[in-house]
Write a protein that binds this ligand. Sequence first.
Ligand code: DC
Length: 226
Amino acid sequence: MNLVVALDGPSASGKSTIAHILAKRLGLVHVDTGAMYRAVTLLCFKRGVDPKDEKKACELLKDADIKLTIDDKVILNGEDVTKEIRNKYVSDNVSYIASYKTVRLFLVEQQRKLADNLSIVMDGRDIGTYVLPEADVKIYQVASVETRAQRRYKENQEKGISTSYEEVLENLKKRDYIDSHRDFAPLKPAKDSIILDTSNLTIEQVVDECERIIKEKVKERNENIG
Ligand code: DC
């Protein structure tokens, strides 16, 4: 039987890192849905379309072939854009793209197909509430905006991306606001999510706690079936 884990939470709460390690540990496929919204934003950049222009941005979808590989690479129209989708232009504009219903419906359809036949951990903002409401396990990861900014700033430094802490903090605050105030599938925990505050936890501790939650849920599920 497939296992479907939904991992949601605000920007830079560490979802992708956690989902990646969890997937390896538990033999699941990791689907990073944020990467898909980022790929559409990058396509705007490549085609000279303003991401705030909803009509033009949505027209690009017919040319958007986005693939996520098993080793977490993001392929846009045959090109490996794994690194490019993390650049500042994309981070600054992705929330506009993610607020368009047409974009969301286009990507959600693909996300649901991926979950059809695979045991997965899918991370995003609306996985537990909208994309996969029947997921076996729903975890909603939170951390203060300052903690998240600090983590993202450190990560950027390690990658050689030169953005100040203040810029990172402002970007996160702006994205939190847009993500949680959009009309369609906004960022919020599902009623049956388990809230996990990671502010004072290391990556290892968060992964351990997620693993414990998942195993407990699977045990409950198996007992109910049996
Ligand atoms: O997780 P991330 O930072 O790579 O996500 C990029 C943006 O995409 C973020 O601003 C919110 C949006 N997003 C979303 O609206 N729904 C998802 N399921 C995943 C991401």
